[in-house]
Design a protein around this ligand. Structure first.
Ligand SMILES: Cc1cc2nc3c(=O)[nH]c(=O)nc-3n(C[C@H](O)[C@H](O)[C@H](O)COP(=O)(O)OP(=O)(O)OC[C@H]3O[C@@H](n4cnc5c(N)ncnc54)[C@H](O)[C@@H]3O)c2cc1C
Length: 425
């Protein structure tokens, strides 16, 4: 019995996907004494975790599908500068997802989603700091809050339900009028007349740098990176024996599926049909910008974020529904650049090409904005951790902890029932 318990304590665990979620899970699993490998076909941290806005926003409890969102969609789609774009050829494929998305947007469901999300995202700053301290990456994590800015009191009033939800879930918010906003962030355009600051939120000034430091710690602690693509699972009854990859089998007693937007076919092999989609997002960066806000700042109407980073100023956001295979539409990044220049008038109207870089990435999105975390239908040895959508950086540290608890035979630290893969039938 003692030997069995010991075996349970130190398992060979293969983590599929080395994005921020996989890498955080790997570190917590190592802390529990497991022998961990990361299976990753590309470079760690170069998926969605590379180009995001870098925000660790514990206040991010509101789903994408908010009541009334359906009414706004036609306006957004007609507006070439709008925050949402759809490739019409992709509409038939994404239609079932959109139906679920609309169904998830009732006030009752949204309240329940926010309640489920708060324990997952709320502790993000202390948890990411704990990991950063372990990895010697303290200087990459900052806590200056997150500022949401509005061009009119009316547009702020439109977000009233979202702010009420955040407050209901324990988020403290400070409000600023136009003059106070100017003092807080002098670089911002005077068009903004209202600001809301959430002081509990943090950010990293280098998302790839942070994941890379975590990976270095993982290796120092004996972790192995298998450069391969996971293709399936070898099961003996309900017990896992190995992961099938394009480079052969990797023996494992347990595994975590955290391949981000690419996780759907892996879950399907285990009998879990999940409506995972990609919400493609873009960024544009200006190296050596003329001005930079000190606090990560979201233009609440434009739905993009300006984040001060070590390598320059990053504008990130927009949602494009076009699937995993379509080539990027760099006009989306150009639009972000134009909007960013309007947000920060101190920026030059033109920048030399070599100072500008653009990126597109795949947010792993679920229609109810809740991730999939928990055991698979086919085996308790296979645990899911994907589908974090717009908040994967924020939710990764707690998601990793949950995974480590489940695979170490402990109860999850928070209620994970709302994140079950089986919630879609
Ligand atoms: C523009 C933009 C801005 C964002 N801003 C923020 C923000 O400010 N704050 C926040 O919290 N979140 C933000 N996000 C969301 C966040 O980036 C994602 O939710 C998060 O990075 C997802 O992490 P992940 O580890 O699940 O996926 P990924 O980082 O995509 O990693 C998945 C990994 O799995 C690998 N993989 C794929 N298939 C396989 C396979 N078969 N076998 C093995 N490996 C495989 C991939 O190569 C990849 O490395 C933003 C996203 C975008 C696009």
């Amino acid at each position: 019995m003692a030997a069995a318990n010991e075996a349970e304590r130190t398992r060979r665990i293969a983590v599929i996907g080395a994005g921020v979620v996989g890498v955080c899970a790997a570190l917590w699993l190592q802390r529990d004494g497991h022998r961990v490998c990361l299976i990753e076909p590309g470079n760690p941290g170069e998926g969605a975790s590379f180009g995001n806005a870098g925000c660790f926003n514990g206040s991010s409890v509101t789903p994408m599908a908010m009541p009334g969102v359906v009414k706004q969609v036609p306006r957004w789609l007609m507006d070439p500068l709008g925050p949402l774009a759809l490739r019409w050829s992709y509409l038939p494929t994404i239609l079932p997802y959109l139906v679920r998305f609309v169904r998830a947007a009732t006030p009752e469901k949204v309240r329940a989603q926010a309640r489920a999300m708060r324990p997952l995202v709320g502790p993000t700053v202390p948890l990411v700091r704990e990991l950063a301290n372990m990895a010697g990456a303290e200087e990459l994590v900052h806590q200056r809050g997150h500022l949401y800015v509005y061009r009119s009191a009316e547009s702020m009033a439109k977000d009233g339900f979202a702010w009420a939800l955040r407050r209901e879930n324990g988020v403290e918010v400070d409000e600023f009028d136009a003059d106070e906003l100017r003092q807080l962030e002098p670089t911002l355009s005077r068009e903004y007349v209202r600001g809301l600051l959430v002081r509990e939120n943090g950010h990293t000034s280098n998302p790839l740098g942070l994941v890379t430091r975590f990976v270095e710690l993982f290796r120092r602690q004996g972790g192995e990176i298998v450069s391969a693509r996971a293709l399936g699972f070898r099961l003996d009854g309900r017990r896992l024996t190995a992961i099938a990859t394009d480079r052969g089998d990797v023996a494992a007693d347990a595994t975590v599926v955290c391949a981000g937007a690419f996780s759907k076919p892996l879950a399907a092999m285990l009998g879990d049909k999940v409506p995972l989609e990609t919400e493609r997002g873009y960024h544009v960066m200006i190296r050596d910008p003329e001005v930079m806000p000190r606090i990560p700042t979201a233009d609440a109407d434009g739905k993009f974020v300006a984040t001060p980073m070590d390598t320059g100023l990053r504008f990130a956001g927009t949602v494009e529904l076009a699937g995993l295979d379509a080539p990027p539409n760099w006009r989306r990044s150009q639009i972000l650049l134009n909007q960013g220049r309007r947000m920060l008038p101190g920026l030059a109207a033109d920048h030399a090409e070599e100072r500008i870089s653009m990126w597109m990435g795949h947010r792993p999105a679920m229609p109810d904005s809740l991730p999939v975390i928990g055991p698979s239908r086919a085996s308790p040895d296979v645990v899911y951790a994907f589908g974090h959508g717009h908040v994967g950086m924020t939710a990764a540290p707690m998601t990793g902890k949950i995974v480590a608890d489940l695979l170490s035979g402990r109860p999850a630290p928070i209620d994970i029932a709302p994140f079950a893969a089986t919630r879609f039938g």
